[in-house]
Unconditional design. Structure first.
Length: 306
């Protein structure tokens, strides 16, 4: 009796290629989750926004699930997207570690980085991740403080590199990375702006945004009181969402809950805030500075909207 052995797979069995996650697509998915934006993710992975959208579509088709909710403001993960994110981070991390072993830079040494609290939880992590990928032998010590103190630490030689925000002129020679308009923000439909004196949510003394807010109000003789103080902008955002105060913050922090204070309330103009980078010329500092992209904001995650 002859037995036929078929090499054809059953028609309902998926092709092996569909059972392997594409590493580039996983990296793009992580970038979208980190930045909350297809545009910013595209800048991070050096692709066009349309190519990024296509990658996500193919990933959703392969897995047979919806990974992201998209709206005009930002991108949110579905439950299935949250599950995938953990796996995607591990895949990308393992790949980067493997590449660093074989292609890592021989540059070694220590880097003392100083930055304000806000940048320490937004821009700095992304830059440190890039540094670890390209120069795994560099050890980094991070000091978080006010922008004023960060510049002082650099001047006194206690930091090789200073990353800071400033609404006026910096105290040290520094590279202007990008700027953004400061806006008066409030809770959508909130009533804090109606109170007199005006309740403010501010950062600690030495913060450029605090100085800009107080200076603008004092310049027009507007009465105010500090109702809430925090060392990060997310603390100020929390106070705004609770309708405890208004705050001077970068316009990019506006979302579905926070809006710009309407002009009829007569709050003074605030100008722009700049992010600067100063380095001491050391090899480790120059290696870090070389990671800065034209769109530095693509590194930072956007604030949560919950």
């Amino acid at each position: 009796m002859n037995q036929e052995i078929s090499t054809n797979r059953p028609s309902d069995e998926p092709h092996p290629a569909t059972r392997t996650l594409n590493l580039d697509a996983a990296r793009t998915f992580v970038a979208i989750c980190d930045t909350g934006s297809f545009r910013r993710a595209a800048a991070r992975v050096n692709r066009s926004p349309s190519a990024v959208s296509l990658q996500v579509g193919k990933l959703e088709e392969q897995l047979g699930v919806r990974l992201l909710h998209r709206d005009a403001r930002r991108v949110r993960l579905t439950h299935q997207g949250e599950v995938l994110l953990g796996f995607a981070r591990r895949l990308v991390g393992i790949s980067d570690e493997a590449m660093a072993v074989f292609h890592g830079s021989p540059l070694s040494g220590s880097l003392r980085l100083a930055a304000p609290h806000d940048l320490g939880v937004s821009l700095v992590p992304g830059l440190l991740r890039r540094l670890a990928e390209t120069h795994p032998r560099i050890r980094v010590d991070v000091r978080l403080d006010s922008s004023e103190t960060v510049q002082r630490l650099f001047v006194e030689g206690d930091a090789n590199l200073a990353l800071f925000n400033e609404a006026g002129s910096p105290l040290v020679p520094a590279r202007d990375l990008f700027s953004e308009a400061l806006r008066w923000l409030m809770r959508d439909g909130g009533r804090a702006v109606e109170r007199d004196p005006l309740p403010l949510a501010v950062a600690e003394i030495g913060c450029a945004w605090r100085d800009a807010a107080l200076g603008a109000l004092e310049g027009v003789g507007r009465a105010y009181r500090v109702a809430y103080s925090s060392d990060t902008s997310m603390g100020q955002v929390a106070a705004l969402r609770a309708d405890l105060a208004v705050a001077a913050l970068p316009g990019s922090l506006a979302d579905r809950d926070l809006v710009e204070v309407p002009e009829h309330w007569g709050l003074p103009a605030l100008g722009r805030t700049h992010i600067y980078l100063a380095d001491d010329g050391s090899d480790t500092a120059k290696a870090f500075a070389a990671l800065i992209t034209p769109d530095l904001r693509s590194i930072a995650p956007t604030p949560p909207t919950t």
